[in-house]
Design a protein around this ligand. Structure first.
Ligand SMILES: [Zn+2]
Length: 287
C-alpha cells in the first residue's frame, strides 16, 4: 500500500505541552507558565492509497491561520501557547494535487481529532465522507467546544461528519474498534487522552501495522516512556492509552506515526518499527 506523509507547515508549542510536568491542574499550569518553546515541529497529514479508495488521515493546518483575527484572542491557549507557519501551497489540497491524487477523489477523511492543526484543511474535502468519533464531535461542538479550544467557527459550512461509535471488537489491547474497509485492514481505535474523543487509525500492510496516532504523544520515545502531554484533559485515560499503544507495538510489528514527530515521515518511508520491548519501565511523573 502506498502511504504518503504530507507536511502542512510547522508548529511550535511549549516544551511542557510536549511532555507534561507534574500532575492534575498543576500539569496544565506548568504548560501555560512555561516560557520555553519547542523547535518548529511538522504538522502532518497522511494519504493512504487503498484499493477501496483514497483515505486521508487528518487535514493539517490552513494558511488562513496567518490572517489577523483567525485565532480567538480571548482564549489563553491561542494567545500564549501556539505558533504556526503555514504557506498556502503546503495545505493538504495542493499537496495531494502535486502527488497526482485529487482531493475530489478522496473517499474517506478520517479525523484523529478536531484541533485546528488537524482540521484546518477540511475545506479541501467537500466531496469526501468525513469520519470523527462521536465523543470528539460532541466535545468540539458549540460554545463549550470553543472553550475547550476547538475552532468550530472555522469548520466549513457544509461540515457534517459521520460520528463513529466504536464496537466491542478488540484490536490487541484496545477493547473497541471500528472497521473502515471491507477488507478489514483499516481499523479505527479510540485513544482518549490528548482529547477525550481522539482516535487512531491502524492499517495492516505487508506484515506490519502502520499506527496513525494523532497527538497520542509528540514523539515515539514519549509514547514508549508513557509520558502524558501537558494539556490532556484526562491524565488517567492518556496514561492508559499510551500503555495500550506500547503493548500493541510489543505484540505487533508497528510503525508508530504521531502527527508532530520530526521522525514520523522517515519511519514511514523506512517502515521502521517501534521497539517497545527494548524500553525500561514506564514513565515516572516528576513535579
Ligand atoms: Zn491536538
Amino acid at each position: 500500500m502506498k502511504v504518503h506523509a504530507i507536511q502542512t507547515g510547522t508548529v511550535a508549542v511549549k516544551t511542557r505541552q510536549r511532555e507534561g510536568l507534574g500532575r492534575g491542574k498543576r500539569r496544565l499550569a506548568n504548560t501555560f507558565l512555561d516560557r520555553q518553546w519547542t523547535d518548529r515541529l511538522p504538522i502532518l497529514a497522511w494519504a493512504i492509497e487503498h484499493s477501496e479508495g483514497l483515505i486521508v488521515v487528518d487535514t493539517g493546518e490552513t494558511a488562513g491561520t496567518s490572517e489577523p483575527g483567525y485565532f480567538p484572542r480571548w482564549h489563553p491557549y491561542f494567545r500564549t501557547g501556539l505558533r504556526e507557519w503555514v504557506a498556502p501551497e503546503v495545505e493538504v489540497g495542493p499537496q495531494l494535487d502535486r502527488l497526482g491524487l485529487s482531493p475530489r477523489e478522496v473517499r474517506w477523511v478520517v479525523m484523529t481529532h478536531l484541533h485546528t492543526d488537524h482540521a484546518g484543511g477540511l475545506h479541501h474535502f467537500p466531496d469526501s465522507e468525513i469520519l470523527v468519533s462521536r465523543v470528539e464531535l460532541d466535545n468540539a461542538s458549540g460554545r463549550m467546544g470553543r472553550v475547550r479550544g476547538y475552532l468550530n467557527n472555522r469548520f466549513p459550512e457544509w461540515f457534517d461528519p459521520r460520528g463513529i461509535d466504536f464496537l466491542a471488537e478488540p484490536v490487541g489491547p484496545f477493547p473497541e474498534s471500528f472497521t473502515l474497509t471491507a477488507a478489514g485492514d483499516v481499523r479505527l481505535v479510540p485513544v482518549p487522552g490528548h482529547t477525550a474523543g481522539q482516535l487512531a487509525v491502524v492499517v495492516e500492510d505487508g506484515g506490519c501495522s502502520i499506527f496513525f496516532a494523532g497527538d497520542s504523544s509528540y514523539t515515539e520515545d514519549l509514547m514508549l516512556s508513557g509520558a502524558v502531554d501537558g494539556i490532556a484533559p484526562d491524565e488517567v485515560a492518556a496514561r492508559r492509552t499510551l500503555e495500550r499503544i506500547r503493548t500493541y507495538a510489543g505484540e505487533t510489528p508497528t510503525v508508530y506515526l504521531p502527527s508532530h514527530d520530526p521522525d514520523s515521515a522517515t519511519r514511514l518511508t523506512q517502515r521502521r518499527l517501534a521497539d517497545a520491548a527494548a524500553r525500561g519501565p514506564a514513565h515516572e511523573v516528576r513535579d
